[in-house]
Design a protein around this ligand. Structure first.
Ligand code: ATP
Ligand code: MG
Length: 722
């Protein structure tokens, strides 16, 4: 292979970055300018030209999806395997380090990663055992506080001595939380990062080993690193001047979770010998889309300042659609998607992007009704579903009895008559003796502290777990999962549950068994972990990114946050409303408003060929109706890049109508408007509620004053406008 395959597909500035001497480098550039491409080609360059073995290369990306894609592209460029290269997310890599050096990290070999949902449960339980009132100390807030401390690298014992009651109390909770996690071998997401940092910081030999191993370190989306992530990178690279980062200050969207744009400045200070490359040509989007993004983001202050241009033509103007309500919005979007597919496009080229997960439901329903396959990223992800978490809890417990979160989760699921009182006593005992719930249960049984009924029930549960552990010993992963799903009684439980819900749960459990079957156990990189433990870690860490059959052609639904770094030919940015996007909190805080604007910039710049922005004039969200104003971001986009879409020429908004039934009113041919007074030969006077279909299939629903609500075929109904 010759150099040209690495260099040829790059422009001059990109080449500069890829072929730079081995030194610290910062590539600072706007969306779609090829930063990720540069990173991939830089790595290939190191291997091919500088003869650095993949073994000596570390690359950090933002999602597992991005990591897989990167590995794939590097292998393609080099035409060889890059398996020995460490490439992953900060969390994934930290997890790997901790597994490999659990002892030095002061963790039990069997430690388990818990997701934020598990963490919240643990916090709730802790607050209870500390007898703190949930209304004064909301669990979510406590969880947030603890994670924020960890993101800053601060342990409970390191918290500065605060005088105020609030912080003293928080410190007390944080301490108790650390103790509980240590006791039960549980590691939350923030802890992964913090502990991986401490591991290297406090073990000189290890640090020396990894500094030697990772001769070149690469980071994508550098603008979204937080304090502890950057500190970890510095430990690995400082003095060696071998950190290569790419980023875009305009795409910093995780400030609310502790990310620091300032890391870009810190980098320049900490690596004085660095080079900087700026990229200005955008290869992703057409002119209108890029213009909209450029002008919008210019409203932010304190930017590092970049302009993007494109050699592509102007392309289609950005479509703006004002929907009646969220259902009409979904109707519009899905119709456009179906048109796209009819015109020969792929579904996977289409993305629906929204500000908050709760918005996905409308689109899912509409896509389902019209039988358009889709995949939701984020949200209630597969591994986060209740039934899946329950099954995983059985698996976890059978592998680690001290796993508190799992114990709590399934001790009484399916119900087996273990009462709240028994559990409370158990928690108190666990806390008093500094042992796990499982050990506390053993003590209570041994010391005969329980009524015969409670003792029986508890013993039954513990026997079940022991029996599962025994039975699955020697089984492979697939057999184990299949066995546990049955033996736990979960399948039976959900089969009894009513209708669709139970059915869907059973299907999901079957899907879990299927996932176990397909699980790709990479023993080379398993760090002494059993296949089951790898699978469990995978479930916690890669939650949202494994769902449905990967190879099916699906429309992609995700939040704006999870769309970072991706691109799609056709993009819908939905819910462009004040209070939703920008979110209400952001409207009240100028700093956050700028972050929302960056998020909008990220959204717009995902689109390659066609972008639609939609908003609803009335929206039902979180069970409440609202009549939001269009997002200010719409006004910030130059009008010449926009085109308004009017589908409802004949339909005006009724004074009082049920928003839930307006979905069909986008039909251009609807000849009666909502709320219109009509007269029928037989039924008398009435008011139009909704219409459906078109042409001679058009139906209207009318509320007749005397005859009640009726559906009529318009062609035969002989209606007069009253
Ligand atoms: P983001 O900020 O959104 O992460 P990015 O800067 O990482 O964007 P890439 O994803 O690397 O941008 O590139 C955007 C698109 O442009 C990709 O489809 C990529 O393949 C293409 N591209 C980048 N550089 C070139 C080039 N020199 N010639 C042709 N296409 C390019
Ligand atoms: Mg990128």
């Amino acid at each position: 292979m010759d150099v040209s395959t690495i260099i040829a597909p790059l422009n001059d500035d990109q080449r500069l970055a890829v072929s730079a001497p081995m030194q610290a480098m910062l590539v600072l550039a706007g969306a779609g300018s090829g930063k990720t491409r540069v990173l991939v080609h830089r790595i290939a360059w190191h291997v091919q030209i500088n003869h650095i073995s993949p073994y000596h290369i570390l690359a950090v990306t933002f999602t597992n999806k991005a990591a897989n894609e990167m590995r794939h592209r590097i292998e393609e460029l080099l035409n060889t395997s890059a398996r020995s290269m460490w490439i992953g997310t900060f969390h994934g890599l930290a997890h790997r380090l901790l597994r490999q050096h659990a002892k030095q990290a002061k963790l039990p070999d069997t430690f388990q990663v818990m997701d934020s949902d598990d963490q919240l449960r643990i916090v709730k339980r802790l607050l209870k055992s500390l007898e703190l009132d949930d209304s004064k100390w909301p669990a979510k807030q406590v969880q947030w506080f603890i994670n924020a401390q960890k993101d800053e690298g601060i342990r409970a014992r390191h918290m500065s001595q605060a005088d105020d009651f609030y912080h003293r109390q928080m410190q007390r909770i944080y301490l108790a939380y650390e103790e509980l996690c240590d006791r039960s071998g549980l590691v939350d997401f923030a802890e992964l990062l913090l502990r991986a940092h401490e591991l290297l910081r406090d073990n000189e030999d290890l640090l020396a080993f990894y500094r030697e191993r990772f001769r070149q370190v690469h980071v994508d989306e550098f603008q979204d690193t937080n304090t502890i992530q950057y500190a970890w990178l510095r430990l690995l690279t400082e003095g060696n001047n071998n950190l290569f980062v790419v980023g875009d200050d305009d795409q910093s969207i995780y400030g609310w979770r502790g990310a620091k744009i300032e890391n870009i400045f810190a980098f320049q200070k900490h690596y004085p010998e660095h080079g900087i490359v700026r990229l200005e040509q955008n290869y992703r989007s057409t002119g209108h889309i890029l213009k909209a993004a450029n002008v919008l983001i210019a409203n932010n202050e304190n930017r590092m300042g970049k302009e993007l241009w494109t050699a592509a033509g102007e392309g289609h103007a950005i479509g703006v659609y004002a929907a009646f309500n969220e259902q009409d919005e979904a109707y519009f979007v899905v119709e456009k998607i179906r048109q796209w597919v009819r015109d020969g496009g792929l579904r996977s080229e289409v993305a629906i992007l929204y500000r908050s997960n709760a918005q996905s439901r409308q689109f899912e329903e509409r896509l389902m009704t019209t039988a358009v396959p889709y995949r939701v990223y984020g949200g209630l992800r597969f591994f986060e579903r209740m039934e899946i978490k329950n099954a995983l809890a059985y698996l976890r417990l059978s592998s680690n009895r001290d796993d508190e979160a799992s114990f709590e989760r399934v001790v009484n699921t399916p119900t087996r008559g273990i009462g709240a009182k028994t559990l409370d006593d158990m928690r108190i005992l666990a806390r008093e003796r500094g042992v796990s719930l499982w050990r506390a249960a053993e003590c209570m049984l041994g010391e005969k502290q329980l009524s015969a009924r409670a003792a029986n029930a508890l013993q039954g549960f513990m026997n079940l777990i022991e029996a599962i552990a025994l039975a699955t010993d020697g089984m492979n992963l697939y057999e184990t999962v299949k066995y546990v799903v049955e033996a736990s009684g979960l399948i039976e439980l959900y089969k009894k549950e009513k209708q669709d819900k139970g059915e869907a749960r059973v299907e999901n459990l079957e899907e879990l068994v299927n996932a176990a079957k397909l699980f790709d156990y990479d023993s080379e990189n398993a760090e002494n972990l059993s296949e089951l433990d790898m699978f469990l870690a995978h479930a916690a860490l890669e939650a949202g990114e494994m769902q449905g059959e990967a190879d099916q052609d699906c429309v992609q639904l995700m939040t704006l946050h999870s769309a970072k770094g991706l691109e799609f030919k056709l993009v819908f940015l939905v819910g462009m409303e004040e209070g939703l996007f920008p979110s209400q909190q952001a409207v009240d805080e100028p700093g956050r408003l700028q972050e929302e604007r960056r998020l909008c910039y990220v959204g717009i710049t995902r689109a390659m060929q066609q972008l639609y922005l939609t908003y609803a004039e009335s929206r039902r969200l979180y069970g409440k109706d609202s009549y939001p104003r269009p997002s200010r971001f719409l006004r910030e986009i130059p009008p010449e890049a926009l085109t308004e879409i009017r589908l409802r020429a004949n339909v005006t908004r009724p004074a009082s109508s049920s928003p839930a039934t307006l979905g069909s009113m986008v039909d251009q041919n609807a000849s009666f408007r909502l709320g219109q007074a009509v007269r029928h030969e037989k039924f008398g006077e009435g008011v139009v509620l909704q219409t459906e279909g078109s042409g001679d299939q058009e139906k209207v629903q009318i509320n007749f004053r005397n005859a009640g609500i009726k559906w009529l075929m318009l062609a035969y109904a002989k209606l007069d406008k009253a």
